[in-house]
Write a protein that binds this ligand. Structure first.
Ligand code: OSB
Ligand code: MG
Length: 369
């Protein structure tokens, strides 16, 4: 792949509504878009899912810039790449920093798919023409607000509702939600807000017939999750704890989870995401595609990944309009009755809205090869 130039843009976009999890509230989003340009002028795009503050994982917007600019770009300059599958191994000399790696790898996948004239979904081996999606709802000011918000998205047709929980916003809230929505597919995400000391409390979750509880315990744990899973019926889904195929295998072997949330950025890119998917397919472990409040580029990558067969549960890839007044892709990701039609154009399948991209850019750097 004859890479000629990489453009890194730092963007600032305002969320339509603040999003609150057990770790904090986000009102706007600062993130990177990487553009990889080849000698024919084809443009591939990747999105960093790192946040400004390291509360979901250690990575931040600034650490991503540091790692991309000071290490990863040099690796790309010094090595010839024939296929995007090679990028993950090339980057393995740098420890961790998966979101930084995934940003460039994703742009190279998009560029390669465009050069081949095939949709990214097809290049990855996915064959769904549409995908089912759910929605993740942050902690609300009151239970009444939450019930209204859930009702709104249920009426819009989202296939399952994910609620954020934390100590003090859990059992009583879920009881009221269940009373109001007896037949809705509901799950809860704690973002590591509990410890095994809360075992008796967490056992009460079993009465609500949740599809799963996501990452109840520490962000870096798989041992205590196995102890918890042995004590509760509700399936545990791991998010924060899984950074690689090796992590996924260990968690499945230990019995730490029954379901895995695959986020492309968290696992270092599409290649590792696909490996985890393939392993879970072989083991009969259900997976779904998580979200990081992405703008259109990241959202498009999530849509492509979700076309793989073991993504049997609705993911968090809600429509663009749920997050943004204006997105950076054309058309925006559109959800109707909880379904996204997989784009058929080459690469990520959505065009970049260059005007919007420019409007939201606060800093731009170019690296010429
Ligand atoms: O844990 O899945 C998570 C948002 C920010 C950080 C972590 C998470 C989330 C979400 C929202 O749940 C998913 C989305 O709508 O993109
Ligand atoms: Mg989560």
């Amino acid at each position: 792949i004859p890479i000629k130039k990489i453009i890194l843009r730092r963007l600032m976009m305002q969320l339509n509504d603040p999003f609150t999890t057990s770790f904090g509230t986000m009102e706007d989003k600062e993130f990177f878009i990487a553009e990889v340009v080849d000698s024919e002028g084809n443009r591939g795009f990747g999105e960093s899912v790192a946040f400004t503050i390291p509360w979901y994982s250690e990575e931040t917007v600034k650490t991503n810039l540091h790692v991309i600019e000071d290490f990863l770009i040099n690796i790309l300059k010094e090595n010839k790449i024939n296929h995007p599958e090679e990028v993950h191994d090339l980057f393995s000399s740098i420890r961790g920093n998966n979101m930084a790696k995934s940003t460039l790898e994703g742009a190279i996948w998009d560029l390669y798919a465009k050069r081949q004239g095939v949709p990214l979904s097809q290049l990855l081996g996915g064959d769904k023409t549409e995908i089912d999606v759910g929605i993740s709802i942050g902690i609300q000011p009151s239970v009444n607000d939450l019930l209204l918000t859930i009702g709104h998205y249920v009426r819009e047709g989202y296939k399952r509702i994910k609620l954020k929980i934390k100590p003090g916003w859990d059992i009583d809230v879920l009881r009221k939600v269940r009373e109001s929505f007896p037949d809705t597919l509901i799950m809860a995400d704690a973002n590591s807000a509990y410890t095994l000391d809360d075992l008796e409390h967490l056992k009460k979750l079993d009465e609500f017939d949740l599809m799963m509880i996501e990452q109840p315990l520490e962000h870096d744990d798989i041992v205590d999750h196995a102890k918890l899973q042995a004590e509760i019926h509700t399936p545990i889904c791991l998010d924060e704890s899984i950074h690689s195929l090796a992590d996924a295998r260990k968690a499945v072997e230990l019995g730490s989870c029954k379901i895995i949330n695959i986020k492309i950025g968290r696992v270092g890119g599409l290649r590792e995401a696909k490996r985890i998917h393939d392993y879970c397919l072989e083991k009969g472990v259900a997976v779904w595609c998580g979200g990081m409040l992405e703008a259109g580029v990241g959202r498009a990558h999530n849509v492509a990944l979700t076309t793989l067969p073991q993504f049997t549960l609705p993911g968090d890839t809600a429509g663009s309009s749920r997050y943004w007044k204006k997105d950076i892709i054309k058309p925006e990701v559109f959800v109707e009755n909880g379904v996204i039609k997989v784009p058929t154009k080459s690469g990520i399948g959505y065009d970049i809205d260059d005007e919007a991209l420019e409007e939201f850019t606060v800093e731009k750097r170019e690296y010429v090869f």
